[in-house]
Structures are given as C-alpha cells and as structure tokens.
Write a protein that binds this ligand. Structure first.
Ligand SMILES: Cc1cc2nc3c(=O)[nH]c(=O)nc-3n(C[C@H](O)[C@H](O)[C@H](O)COP(=O)(O)OP(=O)(O)OC[C@H]3O[C@@H](n4cnc5c(N)ncnc54)[C@H](O)[C@@H]3O)c2cc1C
Length: 162
C-alpha cells in the first residue's frame, strides 16, 4: 500500500522534523521550569550560617537569569508552533526554538544542580535527572551545531560548510 505520493517520501520525512524540534523544545522548557521550581524551593529552605542560601545573590541571580532565558525560549516555541499549526513555513522558528530552549533548559538544570550543592548528584532530588535529560537536548534530535549550520546557510545565505 502506498502512503502519500510516490517520489515525495523524503519531503514527508522532512515535514515531520519541524514538529519534532518544536516538541523537544517544549520538553526542554518544561525540564528547565521543573529544575527552577526545585532549585527555588531548595534555596528558600536550605539554611547555612542562619540564612537561607537564596539570600545570596550568587544563588538567586543565576536562577532569575535562568527564568528569563526560559521565558524568551517559550516565546519562540509559541511562534514556531503557531506557524506550524497554520501551515506556514516554520523551519527557522522550529530550529531556533530547539536551540534556544535546549540552551535555556540546560542552563536552568545546571543552576539547579549548583544550588543543591552535593545533593544535586543524589538521585532522590531528581536534579541530576533534569540535568542529564536537559543535556541530551543539545545533541538530539538534532545537535546544536547542525541547527547553527541550518541557520547560517538556509536563513542567512552563507555557504554551506559540509
Ligand atoms: C537518547 C537518544 C535518543 C535518540 N533517539 C532518536 C530517535 O528516536 N530517532 C532518531 O532518528 N535518532 C535518535 N537519536 C539520534 C540523534 O538524532 C543523533 O544522536 C543526533 O542527531 C546527532 O547525530 P550523531 O549522534 O550521529 O552525531 P554525529 O553526526 O556523529 O556528530 C558528532 C558531533 O559532531 C558534530 N558535527 C557533525 N557534523 C558537523 C558539522 N558539519 N559542523 C559542526 N559540527 C558537526 C555534531 O554536532 C556532534 O556534536 C537519539 C540519540 C540519543 C542520544
């Protein structure tokens, strides 16, 4: 049985890559948010020298920065998914969303691990899982480098490097 038109199979596969990138971007965003929630709760709770560690700007500022990076990534995810839902070209937006959300999600997970100190490595706190999962999104379903290749050649019109 033939599904779709003969000779157009590769195009159909490519069509599936953009929503996959948007989906993974949303996953990175969710992991980043979960990591920030956990880190914020811990920073309020963990007391060292009679004060919660969240009082230290060295802990609080990176969490605020992580929150803002996630917000920015969310906007691009929304733009990409809106374009996809409305049958508009969305390769640039889907790739950009995947790139920015992966960076933001990993930054958030990394700051959550730092906020937890040694406990960040303990499986019970789930932070190591967030960190590990967020790191994957910089490799799969497409690596950050290949997104940069796409944007530099297809969006900016620079010569292809490979
Ligand atoms: C947990 C997990 C689940 C996965 N699930 C799936 C799945 O369900 N379906 C699926 O199809 N695939 C899946 N993959 C594969 C994933 O898509 C690839 O691992 C990913 O696209 C990177 O390809 P690669 O591993 O072959 O790396 P390679 O292509 O060997 O690249 C290795 C490194 O070199 C860099 N690199 C390569 N070429 C260039 C270049 N021209 N310029 C700059 N840097 C370059 C890459 O960015 C990367 O960092 C999964 C991978 C993992 C780890």
């Amino acid at each position: 049985m033939l599904s779709g038109d003969e000779g157009k199979g590769f195009g159909y596969i490519l069509d599936g890559l953009n929503p996959e990138r948007i989906l993974i971007a949303a996953e990175a965003l969710g992991i980043g948010r979960a990591a920030i929630d956990k880190a914020t709760a811990y920073a309020n709770d963990r007391v060292i020298f009679d004060r919660p560690i969240g009082k230290n700007q060295g802990i609080a500022f990176p969490l605020a920065e992580a929150h803002m990076k996630l917000k920015a990534a969310e906007l691009v995810i929304r733009e990409a998914s809106w374009r996809y839902d409305n049958d508009l070209p969305c390769a640039e937006q889907a790739n950009t969303a995947k790139y920015l959300a992966s960076e933001a999600g990993f930054f958030a997970a990394d700051r959550a691990m730092q906020t937890h100190g040694g406990f960040g490595y303990a499986t019970e706190y789930h932070v190591e899982r967030y960190w590990r999962e967020a790191r994957l999104m910089k490799i799969a379903p497409v690596s950050q480098e290949m997104v940069l290749n796409f944007v530099s050649s297809k969006v900016l019109g620079l010569p292809r490097s490979y």
